[in-house]
Write a protein that binds this ligand. Structure first.
Ligand SMILES: Cc1cc2nc3c(=O)[nH]c(=O)nc-3n(C[C@H](O)[C@H](O)[C@H](O)COP(=O)(O)O)c2cc1C
Ligand SMILES: CC(C)CC(=O)C(=O)O
Length: 363
């Protein structure tokens, strides 16, 4: 690739060149056969857009409101761990990039900067992401999130234990220190087991956590809870019954259970089950503004962006994060104009054809 990147895939190329192979493999990899990893991207390609012409598109407004927070575009930085493996400034640089673009920043509890460091470094609206951790860890996270002005909790519910990423096993990938755990788990216990991600997981996760425990989480916080990892209508219904404030359709960037479907292909099932009661968000495989448009057309309120943001960070630090988000925003803006949609609410189901509809020869 010559010159500056012109799309987010080219940022991946840049990151691959500058990052040590072991870290690039960690960021890019998926579970086992990586079937779902490929599908997350491919499934977007099978959806086509049905544009409308001769609409006044002299002004395009991409802004939207997510859990009461106005953002410049329906884009959220997905919570991903270990940003200091991509760049020394880690999550602080990512959050500043998000703030500069006026989009919401998801911060993983397994971040390499502490949640306090991220909170004090930028004005971005921030959501904290947690796993089904042991209760004492969750209680600590909640107190700190509330004290540090985080606006929501993202409960990632697809990780009762870790998925198997074979590149990390081959590379003998060692987890960086996850500073938020300091004082909460014994560091000896982690290093005794080889200081790897598996050891952290064994030390911190509670695999017995289930639907009824959401009532407990709700009882210890006033923050709204978004549940991340929903892939079926059945679970969406349970999530609504449990009283969550929003649902994130996600297969964890294909890093947990392989052979789950591409997220975009199950979005409508979830949206139908939710019946508009709470916002439905989606992540997995978003690499273009057209992907964001398709997700919105199929009922998502917004999308989360995982790897492209990390590649931006790895390639150029805070500037790279900003450029990746701006690229996606610019692409969405152009897509909306060319498809005849002035606002995000103008993007409707009739603006896309799914694969099934195409096979039925509507197009
Ligand atoms: C390197 C990496 C680390 C991640 N860490 C977390 C995490 O700590 N918590 C979490 O809920 N999801 C985590 N995810 C999943 C993302 O939140 C998101 O679901 C996924 O990256 C979206 O897919 P995309 O990378 O194709 O955009 C991680 C993903 C990657 C690539
Ligand atoms: C520390 C890990 C559990 C972070 C994660 O969710 C991932 O790498 O996919």
């Amino acid at each position: 690739m010559a010159g500056e990147p012109v799309n987010v895939n080219e940022f991946e190329e840049l990151a691959r060149k500058v990052l040590p192979k072991i870290y690039y493999d960690f960021f890019s990899g998926g579970a086992e056969d990586q079937y779902t990893l490929k599908q997350n991207i491919e499934a977007f390609r099978r959806i086509t857009i049905r544009p409308r012409i001769l609409v006044d598109v002299s002004k395009i407004d991409m802004s939207t409101i997510i859990l009461g927070h106005k953002t410049s575009a329906p884009i959220i930085v997905a919570p991903t761990s270990s940003h200091q493996l991509a760049h020394p400034e880690g999550e602080v640089a990512t959050a500043r990039g998000a703030a500069a673009c006026n989009v919401i920043m998801g911060v993983a509890f397994t971040s390499t900067c502490t949640m306090e460091e991220v909170a004090s470094s930028c004005k971005a609206v921030r959501f904290i992401q947690t796993f089904a951790f042991k209760r004492e860890i969750t209680a600590n996270m909640v107190q700190r999130a509330e004290r540090n002005g985080f606006r929501a909790i993202i409960l990632t519910a697809d990780t009762p234990r870790l998925g198997r990423k074979e590149a990390d096993i081959k590379n003998k990938m060692i987890a960086p220190p996850f500073k938020n755990f300091e004082g909460l788990i014994s560091t000896e216990a982690v290093s005794d087991k080889g200081s790897n991600v598996e050891a952290y997981a064994a030390e911190t996760l509670d695999p017995s956590f289930c639907w009824k425990d959401i009532a407990w989480l709700k009882s210890i916080t006033k923050l709204p809870i978004l549940i991340k990892g929903v892939l079926t209508g059945e679970d969406a219904t349970k999530a609504i019954e449990a009283g969550v404030a929003g649902i994130i359709v996600s297969n964890h960037g294909a890093r947990q259970l392989d052979y789950t479907p591409a997220t975009i292909s199950v979005l409508e099932e979830v949206v139908h089950a939710v019946q508009g009661k709470v916002p439905v968000l989606l992540d997995g495989g978003i690499r273009r503004g057209t992907d964001i448009f398709k997700a919105l057309a199929l009922g998502a309120k917004a999308v989360l962006i995982g790897r492209p943001v990390i590649y931006g960070l790895g390639a150029k630090g805070e500037t790279g994060v900003k450029q990746v988000i701006e690229m996606l925003k610019n692409e969405l803006e152009r897509t909306m104009a060319l498809a005849g949609c002035r606002t995000v609410d103008d993007i409707t189901r009739s603006h896309v054809n799914t694969e099934t509809e195409r096979l039925l020869c509507r197009m």
